[in-house]
Structure formats: structure tokens, C-alpha cells
Design a protein around this ligand. Structure first.
Ligand code: CUA
Length: 333
């Protein structure tokens, strides 16, 4: 091979490498990391990307050189020269990718192991998923349950995920980690938040008509503020138990139903602003519709869309409060 050819191939390779690097760096492919686990995932991502850019540059250089140099002249329909192959080259292009892929596997395996290790004393929070809401149960005396995930910064958290109905998936983009919540089994997820701020849990498993609305707020705060949050929740205590508004929010009703007092305007299910109780007392009709949604289905809506688990997942007191909240919020009355 002539020296000029080598120089040209090198130039093509460098240009291809620069172009690929710009695409990798200038496009914000990943959300800004807010957890140790995400930092490790980012490392794996960039480790792999650098290798890919290297391989791409070599392949692109060979292709560009070949297209420019070995192009057949118009009208030339003769056969190409018979080439047997090049054993040395074949060994190299088999061995090098094998080594690179093995390196990626090793890095990934180490990161996966580290990302599922919560250390000796993690904060344990139980996460319950149901169509179409998230519920978080905190450790401690108060047994605080909230529709908001509040985490102290820089402390490993072990989430145990449960589902009451179908498969959901827990994902906070900035935390990187993701896991399904599967009915009947317990899955776990480790997160060590590193940045205070507000984030969002997004359900990433298609779980029904309200899937797109299945989100929950996340706050990463200092240890003192975390303790204050727990104390406030435990003190008011029963806020969850007796406030119909809080139950409306935490049970995810607003994900599907419009209800002016709660500020929701979703259209998956019928509006709750002007409920027609079909000849029954309003509170009785509302209670029946929550416990057994298929008992009466508003025309224009489908049965089996609304989960029939609320009769079980809400306590009797919570049901009373929720029904009362809906009754009080009727526009007509
Ligand atoms: Cu729950 Cu999608």
C-alpha cells in the first residue's frame, strides 16, 4: 500500500471520528445524573460509546476509501479480480471486536453488581403501584404513607416494589435505575440520590388507559428536611386517613377523571363534577362506582378500564372521606 493511501485513509478515519464524536457529545442523550447509580450507568454508556466511535471511524474510513478508489468506470462490466481472502486480517477483525465486547460485558457486570448493592444499612421504602398511581410507605413509627417520594440526599435507598394489579415499571430518569413492579412478587431497586431537587417517577410499562398519567412527584432533600417531612406526615397523621382531597390525589383518581375541586381535567374516565346517580342516593352511587366500577358504566366509556381494587386498597375511613369529598364537590349542589 502506498504512503499516500495510508495518509488518506487516516484522514477519512479522523473526519468520521470527529463527526461521530460531535453527535455523541452535542446531543443530550441522557438526562442529567442525580444518583450514584446513574453516574455508573453514564460511565458504561461513554465507555461503550468511545469504543463504538473507534470502530465506526475505521469502518467508515475503509468504506470511503474503497468507494473513491475502486469505483468501476461507467460501461465497465468485466468481472472483478478473484480474491481468496486475507487470513491475518480476518483473525484481527474477529479478535479485536471479541476483546472489546468482552471488555464492555465486564464493565457492565461490575456496574450492575454495584448498582444493586445497597450497602449494610439502606433506607427501606415500600413502593406500591396500581392503576394508575404510586404509593410510598416509609419506615419508622408513624408508618407514613404518601403519594410523594421524598428521599434524603446521599443515603442509599432500597425500594421494594409491589403491584396490586398489572405490571408497572418504576423509573426516575435522573436516577437511571429502572425496575418492573410485578403482581405477586417483590422486586427491588437501589438508588443513592446525589442532588437535591424535584424529579418525577414515570411508569414505563403500558398498564392501561391511564398509563400516561401514572406519575408521582419525587423530592430529594437534606436529612433534616426528610425527618421533618416524616414528622409532619405522621403528626397530621391521619391526613391520609381523613382528607378526601389527599386520597383523591394519592389514589390517582385525577389521572383519569376531571374534578374541579382537585384541579384535574383528565378525560380517560367520566367527569366527576356533575355525577348523575341514576336514581340512587349520590353517596351510595359513588361508593358503588369506586368499589365495583363495572356495576354501572357511563355511556361512551368502556368497562374494565377503572381498577376494581380500590375497595380493597383503601380503608373504610378513606372510602368514606373520598366519597364525601366527591359529594361536596358536586357543581349542582
Ligand atoms: Cu403503570 Cu404504566
Amino acid at each position: 500500500m502506498r504512503r499516500g493511501s495510508i495518509v488518506r485513509i487516516t484522514i477519512y478515519g479522523v473526519l468520521a471520528g470527529i463527526a461521530a464524536s460531535l453527535v455523541a457529545v452535542l446531543v443530550p442523550w441522557l438526562p442529567t445524573s442525580a444518583s450514584k447509580e446513574m453516574d455508573r450507568i453514564e460511565f458504561t454508556f461513554w465507555f461503550t460509546t468511545v469504543i463504538c466511535i473507534g470502530v465506526f471511524s475505521i469502518v467508515a474510513a475503509a468504506i470511503i476509501y474503497s468507494i473513491l478508489n475502486f469505483r468501476v468506470q461507467p460501461e465497465d462490466e468485466s468481472d472483478g479480480p478473484p480474491i481468496h481472502g486475507h487470513t491475518g486480517l480476518e483473525i484481527v477483525w474477529t479478535a479485536v471486536p471479541a476483546i472489546l465486547v468482552t471488555a464492555i460485558s465486564i464493565v457492565s457486570a461490575i456496574v450492575l453488581a454495584q448498582n444493586s448493592d445497597a450497602g449494610p444499612n439502606p433506607l427501606r421504602i415500600a413502593v406500591t403501584a396500581q392503576q394508575f398511581a404510586w404509593k410510598f410507605e416509609y419506615p419508622g413509627e408513624g408508618k407514613v404513607v404518601s403519594g410523594e417520594l421524598v428521599l434524603p440526599v446521599d443515603r442509599p435507598v432500597k425500594l421494594t416494589l409491589h403491584s396490586l394489579d398489572v405490571i408497572h415499571s418504576f423509573w426516575v430518569p435522573e436516577f437511571g435505575q429502572k425496575s418492573d413492579a410485578v403482581p405477586g412478587i417483590e422486586t427491588t431497586l437501589v438508588i443513592t440520590p446525589t442532588k437535591k431537587g424535584a424529579y418525577r417517577v414515570i411508569c414505563t410499562e403500558l398498564c392501561g388507559l391511564g398509563h400516561a398519567t401514572m406519575r408521582a412527584p419525587v423530592r430529594v432533600v437534606g436529612q433534616a428536611e426528610y425527618e421533618k417531612f416524616l414528622a409532619d406526615q405522621a403528626g397530621g397523621g391521619t391526613a391520609d386517613e381523613t382528607s378526601g382531597e389527599a386520597i383523591f390525589t394519592s389514589a390517582g383518581c385525577g389521572g383519569c377523571h376531571a374534578f374541579s375541586p382537585a384541579g384535574s381535567d383528565a378525560e380517560v374516565g367520566p367527569s366527576l363534577d356533575n355525577v348523575n346517580p341514576r336514581g340512587k342516593p349520590l353517596d351510595e352511587f359513588l361508593r358503588e362506582s369506586i368499589e365495583d366500577p363495572n356495576a354501572f358504566v357511563e355511556s361512551g366509556y368502556q368497562p374494565d378500564v377503572m381498577p376494581n381494587t380500590f375497595g380493597k386498597s383503601l380503608t373504610a375511613k378513606q372510602l368514606d372521606a373520598l366519597v364525601q369529598y366527591l359529594v361536596d364537590g358536586q357543581k349542582g349542589s
